[in-house]
Design a protein around this ligand. Structure first.
Ligand SMILES: CC(C)(COP(=O)(O)OP(=O)(O)OC[C@H]1O[C@@H](n2cnc3c(N)ncnc32)[C@H](O)[C@@H]1OP(=O)(O)O)[C@@H](O)C(=O)NCCC(=O)NCCS
Length: 163
């Protein structure tokens, strides 16, 4: 039976194995990794799904900032390849979004496929003037709740120590 648990209950070595399976072991060069390097994941927004004690999916969220304003970087979102397409990604996304609602709905950003993440309210419409500390595809830089928090239309996304 599947169970949603806080990610900090999962040994880091298991999370790394899941991320390798979902993204490949060359994932460390991705720009999203540069944004969270040296940061600590936000425990209250990070979750795992276990199935009979086996880790099958995870979502991590991190503090970042743009022009001094804090927001949440969502990702990686990872589901074991053999368990994809069974609703685990949806469950992980809603776990983080529901938890974020309890933290006054912070603005959130992620690098991901708009065809999947638009259903969760993430869009590239407000991020056209943002830059990142590495290469990225503009259509895949997605954000949520940007206007509500009056985030700047231009600026560089950078790591942050805390939300
Ligand atoms: C992307 C990912 C997190 C989705 O999780 P999942 O559990 O497989 O997805 P769900 O079961 O919740 O949703 C399935 C639906 O999403 C769609 N979908 C899944 N990945 C998609 C993508 N990259 N682009 C567009 N649609 C996608 C499926 O076609 C399916 O659509 P349907 O409901 O119309 O049939 C997962 O496939 C994964 O880990 N992929 C590899 C790593 C990755 O690319 N992560 C995202 C970047 S942070």
């Amino acid at each position: 039976m599947t169970e949603l648990v806080p990610l900090d209950q999962i040994p880091p070595v298991q999370i790394e194995a899941l991320l390798d399976a979902a993204f490949g072991a060359d994932r460390y060069g991705r720009t999203a990794y540069l944004l969270r390097k040296g940061s600590t994941a936000i425990d209250a927004l990070s979750f795992a799904i276990k199935d009979d004690d086996k880790l099958v999916g995870s979502i991590q969220c991190w503090p970042v900032q743009i022009a001094g304003t804090k927001l949440v970087l969502v990702g990686p979102v990872a589901v074991l390849p053999e368990r994809q397409g069974q609703g685990i990604g949806h469950r992980l996304m809603y776990a983080s979004l529901d938890a974020a609602a309890g933290l006054s709905e912070p603005a959130m950003v992620m690098i991901g496929d708009p065809e999947y993440y638009d259903r969760f309210g993430f869009t590239a419409a407000e991020t056209g003037g943002w830059t990142l500390p590495g290469p990225w595809e503009r259509r895949r830089l997605l954000a949520r709740n940007v206007r509500a928090h009056h985030l700047p239309g231009t600026g560089m996304l950078e790591r942050a120590d805390a939300l």
